[in-house]
Design a protein around this ligand. Structure first.
Ligand code: XIL
Length: 334
């Protein structure tokens, strides 16, 4: 490697020349993926593609509270460290995912019958343990995940809402800011892509939180989609307009577009077009600074283990060959 090309690859977050990661970087978009700790450990074909294509990584499960927080003052970070060490070795950034969520909570907390004060203490301890540990590599944290109700747009009825109250969200953002002052803080969401009440409530919720001086830097829009039930891109763009108007940074955080199985060529083409549209939006909008796919190979997709007959939502097939969706992103970014 010449000095010049080394410098070049550093600036591109370690992604290979001509990869989607390096193309995205030219447009100010970090191209990322969820990472399975098991695929990284067990599948020799996984790491080279991960290293080549992406500039920002997120642990698919390994940094969640359930897998890490094993008891009062007791944490296990094996899986999380494996991914963070890979990121460090290869000059990648990470998104931290996630601190307070309704799912994958540790059973000892769920069934501990703790008081509000004790739950806040437990959340505080967790945040001040995990956030500083990865401060060198995580540039954005999903501080809370999926807090707005999907149907009526009130706050989602979660363990943390019931046990602490709505202010657990404010506490969490303030603590993470203290624990990692340079990190961007995101509210990661599952309703933001469409039009209608839930998106409006999310918008108003964030606006009010910003008025209360809660340190929210950005909104994460997950985008788990099905090709035969897509939101309109018009509505997606309107949603982006609204969040931008609040001064927020936007990360597309969990994009996957699953197909009814068996997948037809037509469906693969439609999937490619949709991926291309997201890449175009990310390129055109200054506010969109990351486009993260929820896994990259259909071999390791989380949809493979669900009963629904929808799969193959990612940009590489099960043999790690690029799909039309990969080409569509490349075309939008070249
Ligand atoms: C999913 C993982 O992909 C699965 O492996 C796990 O069993 C459940 O969680 N929204 C999120 C992600 O914010 O954390 C979820 O990830 C998918 C939905």
């Amino acid at each position: 490697m010449t000095d010049d090309s080394r410098e070049d690859s550093k600036q591109r977050g370690g992604a290979g020349a001509g990869s989607l990661g390096s193309l995205g970087a030219r447009h100010g978009v970090a191209f990322g993926t969820a990472v399975s700790e098991y695929a990284l450990r067990d599948d020799g074909a996984y790491a080279p593609v991960l290293e080549r294509e992406f500039t920002i990584l997120v642990a698919e499960n390994a940094m969640k509270m359930g897998p890490t927080y094993r008891g009062p003052k007791e944490w296990h970070f094996h899986g999380a460290d494996r991914i963070a060490d890979f990121a460090r070795q290869h000059g990648k950034e990470m998104r931290g995912h996630t601190l307070l969520w309704h799912a994958m909570n540790p059973p000892w907390i769920l069934h501990g019958d703790f008081s509000r004060k004790k739950l806040l203490d437990l959340a505080h301890d967790h945040i001040f343990e995990i956030v500083p540990r990865y401060r060198d590599v995580i540039t954005a944290w999903d501080v809370v995940n999926e807090v707005v109700e999907r149907t009526d747009g009130s706050l989602h009825d979660t363990f943390w809402l019931r046990g602490v109250g709505a202010d657990h969200i404010d506490f969490a953002f303030r603590w993470v800011r203290q624990a990692a002052p340079d990190c961007k803080l995101f509210l990661n969401d599952w309703v933001g892509e469409g039009e209608g009440a839930p998106r409006q409530i999310l918008h108003d919720y964030i606006r009010e939180a910003l008025d209360r001086k809660v340190p929210i830097d950005g909104v994460g829009l997950q985008m788990h989609l099905r090709i035969d039930d897509m939101p309109k891109f018009e509505d997606i763009e309107t949603a982006f307009d609204r969040f931008e108007a609040l001064g927020l940074e936007i990360h597309i955080t969990e994009l996957d577009i699953v197909l009814p199985m068996p997948a037809t060529d037509e469906a693969l083409e439609a999937q490619a077009q949709a991926y291309g549209e997201f890449a175009r939006i990310a390129r055109e909008r200054k506010s969109v600074t990351a486009l993260v796919v929820w896994g990259f190979t259909d071999k390791w997709s989380c949809h493979n283990s669900t009963p629904e007959p929808y799969e193959n939502g990612l940009i590489f097939d099960r043999n790690y060959d690029p799909k039309p969706a990969y080409e569509a992103i490349r075309k939008a970014w070249r």
